[in-house]
Design a binder for this molecule. Sequence first.
Ligand SMILES: Cc1cc2nc3c(=O)[nH]c(=O)nc-3n(C[C@H](O)[C@H](O)[C@H](O)COP(=O)(O)OP(=O)(O)OC[C@H]3O[C@@H](n4cnc5c(N)ncnc54)[C@H](O)[C@@H]3O)c2cc1C
Length: 447
Amino acid sequence: MGKIVIIGGGLAGLAAAYRLSDEHQVTVVEKDNALGGMAQSYHIDEHTDGHIDNQTDNHTDDYYIEKYYHHFFSSDTELMGLIDELGLAERLQWVKGTTGYYWSGRAYPMNTPLEILKFPPMSMLDIFRLGLLVLRTKLVRDVRSYDDITAGEWILKTAGSGVYNNFFQPLLNSKFGSNADRVSAAWLLGRVKIRSDRGAEGERLGYMKGGFHHLIAALADSIRERGGRIITGNGAREILMEGGRVSGVRLEEGSLSCDAVISTVPPLTLASLVEPGIPGFDPSAIHYQGTCCALLGMSRPLMMDGTYWLNIKADVPFGALIEHTNFMPTSDYAGEHLLYIASYFQDHDDPLYTKSEEEVIGMFLDGLEKLYPEFDRSAVLWWELGRDAQTAPVYETGYAERILPYRTGVDGLYLAGMFSEANYPERSMNGSVRAGYEAADAVVRDV
Ligand SMILES: Cc1cc2nc3c(=O)[nH]c(=O)nc-3n(C[C@H](O)[C@H](O)[C@H](O)COP(=O)(O)OP(=O)(O)OC[C@H]3O[C@@H](n4cnc5c(N)ncnc54)[C@H](O)[C@@H]3O)c2cc1C
């Protein structure tokens, strides 16, 4: 039996701990008070001062809702397997997630081939070329061979400027901002492959009734039942070495001795934990982008046509609106309508990161009024703002060469997370579960 410390209580860390805790003495260390990382949830019961709150006393039920919008796909086998193993299969739901595109003053539905045919900025020839691009993508077996060409170059070459300018460029800009021109075709192909896997009726997306909070909670329970320990609100400060191999972890408070460490934190954070560094490891090789995401609890829906996911081409400080309760019923959320306002940022000096929460919410509400003149602020019962500077690697050209291995050059130090092979060419909950399993298997082979 080995003593293993896992740094990070997101899905990668919890999946690794779940895999190891039967046979080994496992401790998960999480700096936040709550587990879940990017898949963490808000517990909505009463709302704090400073947030818009017209109806504090009207809450009868409490509920959990993800800080950042989440769903999954039918190809996410490790995630579904884990949900099943934890006895949560009855919570799995496959629901039609309707999408739309806001362009030139109105939202257009984009779910069926017929609806896409009616999207005004695209000519018939563009639509035909878009269809060919999707077909071509489906035939690609290994997207990695498209890692060295940018998404923009590949779209222009494959489908022409009409498809690029009117369809893909606004999406790339809203997802990657100033880094949009550097994103690889491998990332794009991965996304198109997964998103075009839909019937004539549109796409079905996976969700867990009551939210992914249930998955995180069940994982934590199962780890504890098997003898594992979970420490929250006490982050790792340093990975300790003795004779060139890992010997322990110093925490904000106290320290732990161990035979092996699995780190699931982003590369720049990891670099700050290891002195004098990890041989062959360049923490700046993988760039991360940040997310600024508001969640509004409302008394009325915003998108009355039932759209779940709306991509936006307009002069507003966000790139997508995700109306969660156009996907899941309001009865799961005490009758409240839930709307995410999503935006990504590339630099730490972006106003979305530097301005106060109230200012950002003000900017977002101004944007909503611009897109939907009938939107009434008094419908907003409460809000939360989630901001994090390291929420996803930017999958730029050449990224495949920089993927971090599960085993490092330091004896006893293993890695799993959004930067792992399992999360290429896009990070996901499934990818992080798989990365956690892979790192755990590497530990088992070595310890
Ligand atoms: C806006 C957004 C939307 C998304 N939507 C989807 C979706 O629809 N479907 C999907 O499948 N995936 C989605 N994802 C991706 C998914 O959430 C992530 O890929 C996955 O949850 C990452 O898990 P992880 O454990 O690898 O990393 P993280 O969740 O980042 O976990 C790392 C953990 O380490 C902790 N930590 C950091 N430093 C320290 C320290 N010094 N000591 C201790 N702990 C530390 C962090 O607090 C965190 O809990 C989305 C992500 C975002 C941001």
